[in-house]
Design a protein around this ligand. Structure first.
Ligand code: SAH
Length: 224
């Protein structure tokens, strides 16, 4: 899959896409990330992409033209499944949405900045508006990175042990069970006996029971 990210600050997330699982996904040819500096698409000689808001409120607003030129250039090269705008008033991002988006081929993610973007962009060019939570960030870059990570890590083959992504929290509406590693005892704190028993069936039963108990306790809303 291919994700094109439009931003005024590509340097803010460049490093992120060259690390760890995101870098591995690219190396394996399972995902491509392209960062586009919005300032490369403005016709303004000072490379400005924002202007004062109509109505005289505080802050600056991102202009239509550079964003339209960038999105049009990308669309002329391939079809996109969604043109996403990151925004605090969008639909809340969750595992289900990550699963759905991981099945797409090409995505554009537009990162807002300043006071936001000219609303006409949202009306005419954007197909999906997504928030990563009820708080306000300075820009959409971190939101784009969060979404790309959650979407790409579940593409089959990106994480070596596929089961590992499928058994994470929120798949099946359950939180993950606790995990332990060596030593089996530290300062008298012991790993649950069942995990040392080697009895596969009992271990799986215990994990499921822990998942259900922890979800009931910590996130009962998921069980509804
Ligand atoms: N004035 C806007 C906030 C602007 S914050 C409002 O009150 O709704 C600047 C940019 O950061 C936004 O355009 C958006 O792209 C990004 N952003 C901020 N918070 C976000 C969130 N919770 N989820 C996704 N993107 C967010």
């Amino acid at each position: 899959m291919r994700i094109d990210i439009i931003t005024v600050l590509p340097e803010m997330i460049e490093g992120f896409f060259n690390c760890s699982i995101m870098a591995r996904a690219q190396k394996k040819g399972l995902a491509e990330f392209h960062l586009h500096n919005l300032r490369d698409y403005t016709l303004d000689k000072h490379r400005r992409v924002d202007d004062y808001p109509y109505g005289g409120c505080a802050g600056m607003v991102m202009q239509i033209e550079p964003i339209d030129r960038c999105i049009s250039a990308l669309k002329s090269e391939r079809n996109y499944d969604e043109v996403i705008f990151t925004t605090p008033d969008g639909e809340q991002f969750d595992q289900k949405m990550a699963n759905t988006l991981s099945l797409t081929e090409n995505l554009i993610i537009l990162c807002g900045h300043f006071k936001g973007i000219d609303y006409r962009i949202r009306e005419h060019l954007i197909t999906k508006e997504i928030s990563i939570g009820d708080y306000v960030l300075t820009g959409g870059e971190l939101a784009a990175a969060v979404m790309a990570d959650a979407i790409v890590r579940i593409i089959p083959g990106v994480i070596s042990d596929e089961q590992s992504a499928l058994s994470d929290s929120f798949q099946d509406n359950l939180l993950a069970p606790p995990v332990y590693t060596r030593p089996a005892e530290y300062k008298g704190w012991r790993v649950p006996d069942v995990l040392l028993s080697g009895h596969e069936r009992n271990i799986r039963d215990w994990e499921l029971q822990q998942s259900i108990e922890r979800t009931r306790l910590l996130r009962p809303d998921l069980l509804k």
